[in-house]
Write a new protein. Structure first.
Length: 116
């Protein structure tokens, strides 16, 4: 609950890291650490919690939206590579449609705010 005189502004989309992950995986299969590095540029967050990232990836995999496999072709320890499934692509399409709708409402607000 907001106390009088303590209004906070958080112009952000809740759960935006989920469609961002799906988008990155649509671009190419990748490792968790690479996702960890790429997400801040896409989400605008200063940093991504590694534990939370792997929990989300595990949940996406359990729901059949992402698959993973261990890869040991590179030097060093084996890495898990994540890849988007057909169902994951459908969910990404739904996210994109919902975000377009949000953008239209935001554009309407900004246009009105700016007197256009």
């Amino acid at each position: 609950m907001v106390r009088p005189g303590h209004w906070g502004v958080r112009a952000r989309v809740e759960r935006f890291s989920e469609p961002a992950l799906l988008l990155l995986l649509r671009e190419r299969p990748t490792h968790g650490y690479e996702l960890l590095e790429a997400l801040p540029d896409l989400t605008g967050e200063a940093r991504v919690d590694m534990g939370n990232l792997y929990r989300v990836l595990r949940a996406l995999e359990e729901d059949g939206l992402v698959t993973s496999q261990w890869e040991s072709s590179e030097p060093g320890p084996a890495k898990r590579t994540y890849e988007l499934t057909t169902e994951g692509t459908r969910l990404l399409d739904e996210w994109a449609a919902a975000l377009r709708g949000s953008r239209e409402r935001i554009d309407t607000f900004i246009d009105r705010y700016e007197g256009r």
